[in-house]
Design a protein around this ligand. Structure first.
Ligand code: PEP
Ligand code: CO
Length: 457
């Protein structure tokens, strides 16, 4: 593999061509030359993921586009440099638990993609934040500055890009060990779901559903299919993703695949473009159209059919199934009217996209105590509206994109073990958006399963 900056191919794209466009949401580095030195250092480091893995994920997502698999993309809003190994393990555990429930009820494979091992950069609606009359630069994620509200902590520090790379490498190493080393075996994950059903008030209403899965696992085992006899029950494929926001960092980790000669952004398997940076003539679309990783693009309530078709053409001109995932994030009240015209336009144009629902970012509000939160019922209502819109359009609802953690936080309201407004203060730990906690996440998987079972998709 060559480094991103070692050669400029004679196409109209190269890893640096985004630099001629307007790049929104980039930090103001105090000294640009230090930033460029760091990018030079990064471009000499090993890739975090391999082109072949990204191609495998594209193939799995092609199955999602065809309605033959379901995508579960989930993890932190903003990963912290201080995340412990236990917390990484618990995040993975929750995603695996949800995947088992969804696999059983959809009857198709669940493609598991974490917002993890690189989800360090955050777009902000304002460049500064004012508290008690003091104005400081906004927190832009641990890859840029620190969350504390002091002038020092808010200075953009380019050496954090190197820390982000090393944190991502360590996290990925742990994930690879957990997913291939027996931790993820089906019987074990199902046992955690049984514990959720037995131990939590939220879980008790799912006893019948969990019993069915129990019988399926027992049936397989009686037929001799166990994790001892079939390695597929012991290991899972788990992919990484993050918002490709800081284009210098992404460029520095872009490598030319020695097998195919194509460019891959080796910072993660899948990269997505956020709602604030999806301008057709902008630097983010320019950069990502040239790398061959599977891509996501957020689509919010202001997106027009023409804009969405423009994104499909720019990001997937060859109409490769699995290449492009559109992440609808409308809000529970807007999805019903906002999504159908977009689904129809993409369907008519014949673009083979994966449609997934992010029911988090359109449903954020400020609670009475001043904290940003989301209500579990709004999250569920948006998923339900998303399924309904697909039923109406005759298209496949491909999956869900969620912000969650395995930790027992109190950031989102509601769910089976009801988090109330007055509870928000007790364990509100997110550095950015409110996440579903472990119990709310598994609860949501069962609720989505119920929607699927009742034929409301
Ligand atoms: C996010 O996914 O954390 C995010 C900022 O989303 P969006 O771009 O949809 O607002
Ligand atoms: Co977020």
């Amino acid at each position: 593999m060559n480094t991103a900056t070692s050669s400029r191919p004679s196409t109209d794209w190269d890893p640096r061509s985004w630099r001629d466009r307007v790049a929104l949401q980039q930090p103001q580095w105090p000294d640009e030359s230090v930033h460029e030195d760091v990018l030079g250092e990064l471009s000499a480091l090993p890739p975090l993921v391999f082109a072949g893995e990204a191609r495998e994920l594209t193939d799995s997502l092609a199955a999602v586009a065809a309605g033959e698999a379901f995508l579960l993309q989930a993890g932190d809003c903003a990963e912290s440099f201080d995340t412990s190994a236990d917390s990484i393990r618990d995040r993975l555990r929750v995603i695996l638990q949800m995947a088992v429930v969804l696999t059983y009820y959809t009857g198709v494979p669940v493609v598991k993609v974490g917002r993890i091992a690189g989800q360090f950069a955050k777009p902000r609606s304002s460049d500064t934040e004012t508290v008690d009359g003091v104005e400081l630069p906004s927190f832009r994620g641990h890859i840029v500055n620190d969350v504390g509200f002091t002038a020092d902590e808010r200075i953009a520090d380019p050496t954090r890009l190197l820390t982000a790379y090393h944190r991502a490498a360590a996290t990925l190493n742990l994930l690879r060990a957990f997913t291939k080393g027996g931790f993820a075996s089906l019987s074990r994950v199902h046992q955690w779901n049984r514990e959720f059903v037995a131990d939590s008030p939220a879980g008790q209403r799912y006893e019948a559903l969990a019993d069915e899965i129990d019988r399926a696992v027992q049936f397989m085992s009686a037929c001799g299919i166990t994790s001892d006899t079939l390695s597929d029950l012991r290991q899972v494929d788990f992919y990484t993703s993050h918002e490709a926001l800081l284009l210098g960092y992404e460029e520095a980790l872009t490598r030319q695949d020695s097998l195919t000669g194509e460019w891959y952004d080796c910072s993660a398997h899948m990269l997505w473009i956020g709602e604030r940076t999806r301008q057709l003539d902008g630097a983010h679309v320019e950069f990502l159209r040239g790398v061959r990783n599977p891509l996501g693009c957020k689509v919010g309530p202001t997106a027009t059919p023409d804009e969405v078709l423009g994104l499909c053409e720019a990001l997937n001109p060859d109409r490769v199934p699995g290449r492009l995932t559109l992440v609808s994030r409308m809000g529970a009240t807007k999805v019903v009217d906002g999504l159908p015209p977009l689904l129809a336009a993409v369907r008519e144009a014949g673009h083979p996209v994966v449609w997934v629902c992010d029911p988090m970012h359109g449903n954020t509000f400020t609670a009475d105590d001043g904290r940003k939160t989301r209500h579990f019922e709004d999250v569920l209502a948006e998923v339900s509206g998303f399924f309904a819109a697909h039923r109406f359009a005759g298209t496949h609802p491909g999956g869900v994109h969620l912000e969650l953690t395995g930790d027992d936080v109190t950031e989102c309201l509601g769910g089976g073990s009801e988090v109330l407004t007055e509870d928000l203060g007790s364990r509100y730990e997110t550095m950015c958006d409110p996440r579903l906690n472990g119990s709310q996440s598994v609860d949501l998987a069962f609720r989505v399963a119920e929607l699927l079972r009742n034929g409301t998709h």
